[in-house]
Design a protein around this ligand. Sequence first.
Ligand SMILES: Nc1ncnc2c1ncn2[C@@H]1O[C@H](COP(=O)(O)OP(=O)(O)O)[C@@H](O)[C@H]1O
Ligand SMILES: [Mg+2]
Length: 217
Amino acid sequence: MIDVEKLSKKFGTRTLWTDVDLTIDRGQMVALVGPSGSGKSTLLNCLGLLDRPTSGAIRYDGRDITRFGRRETRMFRRDVLGYLFQNYALIDNATVRDNLEVALRPGRATRNQARPRIVQALERVGLAGRDEDTVHHLSGGEQQRVALARLMVRQPSLVLADEPTAALDRANTEMVLESLREMSRSGCAVVIATHDDTVRDVCDTVFALEELSLSRA
Ligand SMILES: Nc1ncnc2c1ncn2[C@@H]1O[C@H](COP(=O)(O)OP(=O)(O)O)[C@@H](O)[C@H]1O
Ligand SMILES: [Mg+2]
């Protein structure tokens, strides 16, 4: 589904990574590992069109997404991508339900038809009946589970997760991993930047970024 070809990223004169080749298939879970500062987030952001590589290509179903214009970028973000962040990225002063409803794509389903999907996603992450709670009253683990439920409602084909378990205890980490695995079983590709060996161990593939300056020293 995704073919990363000879991708390089420089900030000024500093090369973050170079000649990255990586293939990500549908249904696959990939762990992106490497020391802090090795450029894991930057690579995820390039895959998510939030940053641009210096050279190389990222093909999605054969098309180089790094060359997408505004309109294609917007459609890719809307129709393909789902992001999961360490800091949850929810709307703090809105309810759980509002946070899930924003994930609904216009034209796909009416609110009423989407309702069962929201209920099901909340059940799946252990937050059944918590629709009306305001997000800032929830614990960190619960907030990450809301973010996960939002992804389930959205049904993206590619999930990019940046240290999604870094702030979580073991039980919440497992919940997040099981849910991501479930999404991958339904055909979604999942890329997780992580320091966490628990996360690394459940992934199908591990891709390691090295600190270039360190490995050359
Ligand atoms: N916009 C930027 N301009 C300059 N340097 C940056 C920029 N974004 C990230 N960096 C640098 O790139 C390096 C890798 O960052 P990051 O991708 O966040 O690594 P990781 O997620 O593996 O910890 C860091 O040293 C960071 O300071
Ligand atoms: Mg990072």
